[in-house]
Design a protein around this ligand. Sequence first.
Ligand code: ADP
Ligand code: MG
Length: 333
Amino acid sequence: MGEFDLIETFFRRPPGVGPHRAVVGNGDDCAVIAPAPGMQLAISTDTLVEGRHFLSTVSPARLGHKALAVNLSDLAACGASPLGFTLALTLPRVDEAWLRGFAKGLFDLADEHNCELIGGDTTAGPLAIGITVFGEVPAGQALLRSGARAGDDVWVSGHPGEARLALEAFRGTLHPSLDAGQFDQARLAMERPDPRVALGVGLRGVASSAIDVSDGLLGDLGHVLQRSQVGAALFVDEFPVSPCLQARSRDEQLNCILAGGDDYELVFTAPPSARARVAQLGANLGLLLTRVGCIEAEPGLRLWRGGMDAGSAVREPVPNRWTSFDHFKGAAT
Ligand code: ADP
Ligand code: MG
C-alpha cells in the first residue's frame, strides 16, 4: 500500500461519515476553514514520539485517542471549542491492522468533539504523531495564563496524579504494586485521557486564567504564576485523592498529584465571587472541581498543610521538592 492509498483508506472519510464542517476539507493542497462570525481561531500543536511520550506497549487505538486528546486539552485550557485538526504521521512501515486501530481511536474522539480531520502529511521514519488543532472562541474571551489576580481561588478538575501512578507501575517502582482494579483505573487515565473541552468552554467569562496539566501540576501552575506575575498558596490536604491512589503512602500520593503530568486536567483561577458558578458548572458536567488554594501578590509558590479555611494558626509549611517534567532535563517518559 502506497502513501496515497494509505491516506485514502484510513484518513479520508466519505461524505456522511464524521463531521464535514470545513469549507475545503482533506484532499486539496490546503484546507479552508471559517470560524463563525465574532469568533477567533485558537490554534495549538503537540507531537507524540515513541519512547518519549508513549510506551511501545500502548494499543494503537489508545494512541490515536491520546494524540488528539492532548491537543484538544490545549483548546480546553483556552476555552475554545474544536473545529478541526491536521495530522502529521511518521510511520516506520505500513501496518494495516495498526493503522485501522489508530484511526478508530482517533476518529472516535474526534467525532465526540465534532472535530474534523482537515489534512495532514504522511512520511516514513521513526513513529511520531504531530497534530495541530484549530478551535474557535468568542473574540477576546480566550482563557489565558496571564489573567490570574491576587485574591483569586485556585481550582483543579478531576483527580490529578492517576497518570503518574500508572507510569510508575509500568516502571516497576511501586512497592507494594497496584491491584488489578487500581492499575486499570490509573492506566486508563494515562492512555485514554478525557480532554476537558466542555469545562473550558463553560469557564469562559468565569475563570481569570487556565492551563492544562501536561508536565506536572506545580510546574504548570508555575507558568500561570509567572505569566500573571503573582504567587500562590496551595493547601496539599485539599487535593482530591483518587481511589487508585488511596492505598499509597502520603509521600507517593503527593508526588503523583503535585509532580505527575499527563493528566490533562485543568488548573484554573477565578475570583471568590464565582464560587457558586464554578460549583454549578461542575455539577452540570458531572466533573469534580476542587478549590485547592489562592493567588497571592507575593511571587512564588507556597505549600501548606492544614485546612485552607482553618486560619493561619494551624498551617504548617510543606517544603516544595517537586519538579515537573522537562524534555531537555528529565528522563524520557
Ligand atoms: P502536498 O504534497 O500538496 O502537501 P500530500 O500529497 O502530502 O499533499 O497530501 C495529499 C492530501 O492528503 C492533502 O490534502 C493532505 O492534507 C492530505 N493528507 C496527507 N497525509 C494525511 C494524513 N496523515 N491525514 C490526513 N490527511 C492527510
Ligand atoms: Mg500541495
